[in-house]
Design a binder for this molecule. Structure first.
Ligand SMILES: [Zn+2]
Length: 242
């Protein structure tokens, strides 16, 4: 057994723990911008329902205005025909005018009914807008609170990450370059995990089954033994805790 090798290997295992802590902190921050975006979209959607209800209200009010103009026109026509009644020469003309007035009066009644109905709808839509506005204000303040929390969490995570990085660099500087370089090289190529524990006689990173000879070589603790399949440094966790 090479004492120096065992001591450095133990440090590398510790280093990997720090690296995996950094990785999981970084993973945690990665999702935050997306979460903030989703919450912002929810706020905007909620605002859109208010705006579209207001648009609906505007349209109904325009319809009412148009119908009031139609009403004025018809009332003008009825007035005109009523005046004409005084100057008609024949019964036929008189009856025709009366019938025209009758028709226009019916139209006028219809439009008045339509306006009343639209006004009721205005009341309903105004009520709906008030409800939506209340909901929007509540939701907005709730979601903005969540966004603030997420931003705070992100800042805290960033602080933790930079502290961990410092801790990691300091710790790494205490490992002999001969060993550290191997670790860093594998880490760069192997998706951060460079040292793999042997569990049930297999490499825990890639599940490759190890031969008795390989296990033997690892337990000599003379030099690195690499996994044949994934090239990571192998170690036996319980052995190293002795
Ligand atoms: Zn492997």
């Amino acid at each position: 057994m090479n004492e120096e090798f065992v001591s450095e290997l133990k440090k590398l295992i510790q280093l990997q723990k720090l690296d995996s802590e950094i990785t999981s902190l970084e993973e945690e921050t990665k999702s935050i911008p997306e979460e903030i975006k989703l919450l912002t979209n929810q706020i905007n959607d909620s605002q859109k329902t208010v705006l579209s209800a207001k648009e609906e209200l505007k349209n109904i009010q325009l319809q009412i205005k148009q119908k009031e103009l139609d009403l004025q026109t018809i009332e003008g026509q009825i007035k005109k025909h009523n005046t004409e009644l005084n100057s008609v020469k024949t019964n036929e003309q008189y009856r025709a005018l009366l019938s025209e007035i009758q028709k226009l009066t019916e139209q006028k009644d219809n439009i008045e009914t339509e306006i009343l109905n639209l006004m009721e709808t205005v009341d309903q839509v105004q009520q709906k807008i008030r409800t939506l506005e209340t909901n929007y204000a509540e939701e907005k303040s709730k979601l903005e609170g969540k966004i603030e929390e997420l931003k705070k969490k992100q800042e805290e995570l960033n602080t933790q990450i930079s502290q961990k990085h410092q801790e990691r660099e300091k710790f790494a500087s205490e490992i002999k370059p001969k060993y550290l370089d191997v670790y860093e090289h594998i880490k760069a190529n192997r998706d951060t995990v460079a040292i793999s524990a042997v569990i049930d006689n297999s490499c825990s990173a890639c599940n490759m089954r190890l031969t008795a000879q390989e296990i033997n070589d690892i337990m000599k603790y003379e030099e690195f033994v690499f996994c044949e399949s994934c090239s990571r440094i192998l170690y036996i966790p319980l052995e190293l805790e002795k």
